[in-house]
Design a protein around this ligand. Structure first.
Ligand SMILES: Cc1cc2nc3c(=O)[nH]c(=O)nc-3n(C[C@H](O)[C@H](O)[C@H](O)COP(=O)(O)OP(=O)(O)OC[C@H]3O[C@@H](n4cnc5c(N)ncnc54)[C@H](O)[C@@H]3O)c2cc1C
Length: 462
């Protein structure tokens, strides 16, 4: 890892450009802060076990955690190409939120209004489940149940948000420039992603589950995971790769690896916090189509993310979290548009990662007892909480006991594949051009959601 994670040239900004001094990549600021792990326990030849899990992000780790809890006699092994938490689970924005990992319309179509409501309740409950396990396992991940403030910054955004807070009430919480209205969801916690995923990995290992890091799955088949270091044979094989799924043969068009990028500022001074009026630790997001999401970190920075290049041709993923310089500039300008008084603030770090987007933008958890193959993911940017729910659902599916969780509408949810290239690349880039155009029109004074965005949503299949 070390060689891959050193600071590189930064992807093209000329010397003296705005991004000099911004550390770019290195997996994520979160991992740099706690120290990049060195992969351990590489697979050494062929092995046999009861359950093989591919991918040691939160989906794989939570699944292992709950399976072991339900049946400690199970021999469970994870196969991880880099180290536990290398992917989105160690790079995200730290919103442990109650947002649905998918389109309400798709879930209602699958299971009716009652099914949709049970999904909402289950996701909301999972926020508290993660917090309870973290406390029980002694995982200190800077978790604060501080809620999230959604802010509308145009009339069209306000119409979509339908928030209960006036502009003045928003300003009492955080002084966001141009805020028109706001909405608070109390069931959302701020977390430090690397501390959380690292803590869950520790808890899983402490129970005797093996995580074979530095071991890349080359192919999955019923009863086996073929890796670059040997084959893991198991009657149950679970694919938990989210945004990396397209890298496996046969899965290229399943979930689109969508990019998201984040910047972390230098710590703000007390005067700067006072100026922007962000006294609490609530998370903050806007309602733009190309939305942003932010947190006040435990060490007093703002970490703010949004879409950079949405998608790389051929479903490629980044190497070590390095993002384009124009993405850093674009996030910097979003930050200073929210908080003009922070113009000129130092950006310490920028990085990106991939999340998995299914063709209908709705996550699924699936298991076929006949083949022993299962998978979970496609959370479309709302995976931090959903991975926990998916892990508990996969546990029940694997153990073969129908439960309230296995009855949720995302269980067995089948989705058609994405279009082949170059259609996929052209389609996604066009979509995001449309969303940006819709944002510009709404910012210019539209009173309702732009028709361009409605068309884009229809084309996207959302
Ligand atoms: C920048 C960013 C910000 C986000 N912010 C939020 C947020 O604030 N709130 C929220 O709810 N969600 C957020 N998300 C989404 C959320 O982080 C993910 O949905 C979630 O972490 C997915 O977890 P996972 O375990 O399924 O996948 P990952 O964490 O991506 O894990 C997959 C693992 O598989 C490994 N792997 C890949 N290929 C192979 C292979 N061939 N063999 C073996 N292992 C392999 C990878 O190294 C990785 O460790 C964000 C995502 C990104 C990228």
């Amino acid at each position: 890892m070390t060689a891959r994670c050193q600071r590189g040239p930064g992807g093209g900004t000329p010397p003296g450009g705005h991004n000099d001094g911004v550390r770019n990549g290195g997996v994520s600021f979160w991992w740099q802060q706690v120290g990049l792990p060195t992969p351990t326990d590489r697979l050494d030849g062929d092995v046999t076990c009861d359950v093989a899990i591919v991918g040691a992000g939160l989906t794989g780790l939570w699944t292992a955690y709950y399976l072991h809890e339900a049946d400690p006699t199970l021999d469970i092994r994870l196969v991880e190409a880099e180290f536990a938490g290398f992917g989105a689970s160690g790079r995200n924005g730290g919103w442990l939120s109650s947002e649905l990992p998918g389109s309400p319309r798709a879930y209602a179509a699958a299971a009716g209004e009652a099914g949709l409501e049970s999904m909402r309740t289950a996701v909301r409950g999972s926020v508290h489940e993660v917090m309870a396990v973290a406390e029980g396992e002694g995982i200190d991940a800077d978790i604060r149940l501080s809620g999230v403030l959604h802010v509308a910054r145009s009339q069209a955004q306000a119409e979509r948000l339908d928030g209960e807070l006036s502009a003045a009430q928003v300003a009492e919480r955080i002084r966001v420039a141009g805020a028109v209205s706001g909405h608070v969801d109390p069931d959302c916690a701020r977390v430090h992603p690397a501390k959380l995923v690292g803590g869950v990995a520790r808890a899983v290992r402490a129970r005797g589950v093996r995580i074979h890091e530095g071991t890349r799955a080359l192919r999955i088949e019923p009863g086996a995971v073929v890796t670059d270091r040997g084959t893991v044979r198991a009657p149950t094989v679970l694919r938990c790769l989210e945004g990396f799924t397209a890298g496996l043969p046969g899965h290229r068009r399943e979930w689109l690896p969508m990019n998201s990028a984040i910047i972390a500022t230098a710590p703000l001074t007390d005067a700067q916090w006072a100026e922007i009026g962000w006294a609490g630790e609530e998370l903050l997001g806007d309602e733009a189509h190309a939305y942003c999401y932010a947190q006040r970190t435990a060490d007093g920075r703002i970490a703010m993310g949004g879409r950079g290049i949405p998608y790389r041709f051929g479903s490629r993923t980044d190497v070590d979290g390095r993002t384009q310089n124009w993405t850093v500039e674009s996030l910097r300008s979003t930050l200073t548009s929210l908080f003009p008084s922070l113009a000129g603030i130092t950006i310490d770090h920028a990085w990106c990662g991939v999340l998995g987007v299914p063709r209908d933008w709705s996550a699924s958890v699936c298991f076929d007892p006949a083949t022993g193959l299962g998978h979970a993911g496609g959370y479309v940017g709302s995976g931090l909480t959903a991975t926990n729910l998916a892990g508990r659902t996969l546990r029940d599916l694997v153990l073969g006991a129908p439960t309230d969780l296995t009855a949720l509408p995302w269980t067995g949810h089948d989705v058609r594949r994405w279009e082949p290239e170059p259609l996929r690349w052209a389609g996604v880039h066009t979509l995001y051009r449309l969303y940006r155009a819709a944002d510009r029109r709404e910012d210019a004074g539209l009173l309702r959601t732009s028709r361009i965005a409605r068309i884009a949503n229809r084309v996207a299949g959302r």
